[in-house]
Design a protein around this ligand. Structure first.
Ligand code: SF4
Length: 325
């Protein structure tokens, strides 16, 4: 069995918000979430906006503290790791992030060379010219000497994201958290960046945590998938199973709302899509949170919250359809 990198146990994140002059309520952004991420996996967390996936990412990066529950990194409590300056620095070195918008992720007043040298300076590590050049070669920015001199406005969107990936790899991390890494890019560039990420993962045995709202896009890269809806994981399992045999009605909806690749068929075919909007995180629906949008709902669904059921080895679904006695 591969080493567990992150263990997430009963994780909750609630935010207190004011509703008018005297009324307060909690936004339940993440509500009792459990999962494991193992070494070398590309673990993908998928859902619409408001599903809680970005809040989970912030907690994994140590940018937000859980309201309840625990995150362990390599068997150690993350909140304790972060309370000690030395172990916090080690954690930051080992867990790097690449964000959605490469333009705002790069300082416009710095050259690519400055940007790539910064992680080494922050961690007091030796920098050599060959190191920054090698990093650019790794992400396909060739000739590297030419790119080192440029500022972010002199790069295309895809090139900027390649610089962000090179910066994330600079200190040889164990884990890279990729928050919608291709969302701001054109379709052809998306595919190039995904292929690059696949190659780098193989080469350096990286563990990826990928956050995305585009489930189909993850087919080529994902090893495991967690589908989140309204703060909960509704389905989790091996990517191959989720793509070939999805079980939860919400996962089916996410897969069915894909436009077909052939533009001619797009003109002739009516596409099924997910109807309705995700619920308010302040007051989520009783019972199954997906029931107002679910085409398969029945009498139990708006009354009792479904339990998580293991339907195959390490394939979990929270839906009453799979828990009927
Ligand atoms: Fe649909 Fe009911 Fe399953 Fe929820 S529990 S996904 S409403 S069938």
């Amino acid at each position: 069995m591969k080493q567990t990198i992150f263990s997430i146990q009963d994780l909750k994140k609630y935010y207190l918000v004011k509703l008018g002059l005297f009324k307060k309520a909690y936004i339940k952004a993440v509500d009792d979430v459990n999962f494991l991420i193992r070494e070398g996996e590309a673990y993908c967390i998928v859902g619409e906006s408001g599903s809680g996936k970005t809040t989970v990412t912030k907690m994994l990066l140590g940018l937000e503290l859980p309201t309840e529950g625990k995150i362990e990194f390599l068997g150690k409590d993350l909140s304790k790791l972060l309370s000690d300056a030395r172990s916090a620095k080690d954690f930051r070195k080992n867990v790097q992030a690449v964000f959605q918008d490469p333009f705002s992720s790069l300082n416009p007043r710095k050259t690519v060379k400055d940007i790539l040298e910064k992680p080494f300076k922050v961690h007091n590590e030796k920098i050599e010219m060959e190191t920054t050049e090698r990093l650019l070669e790794e992400v396909g920015l060739i000739p590297p000497k030419e790119f080192l001199k440029r500022y972010s406005h002199q790069l295309s969107g895809g090139q900027r994201q390649r610089v962000c990936i090179a910066r994330a790899l600079a200190l040889k991390p164990k884990v890279v958290i990729l928050d919608e890494p291709t969302a701001a890019l054109d379709v052809t560039i998306k595919a190039q960046i995904l292929n690059l990420l696949i190659d780098l993962k193989e080469k350096y045995n990286l563990t990826y945590i990928i956050i995305s709202h585009e489930l189909p896009l993850l087919k080529s890269i994902a090893d495991k998938i967690s589908v989140m809806y309204a703060g909960k994981i509704v389905e989790e399992g091996a990517a191959e199973r989720i793509f070939n045999n999805p079980k939860h009605p919400y996962t089916l909806g996410l897969l069915e709302s894909i436009p077909p690749p052939d533009p001619k068929s797009a003109k002739t075919k009516t596409l099924p899509t997910l109807e309705g909007e995700p619920p308010s995180p302040v007051n989520p629906p009783k019972g199954c949170r997906f029931h107002p949008r679910c085409p398969y709902k029945f009498d139990l669904c708006d009354k009792i919250e479904p339990e998580k059921v293991e339907i195959y080895s390490e394939h979990y679904v929270s839906c009453h359809l799979f828990n009927r006695k």
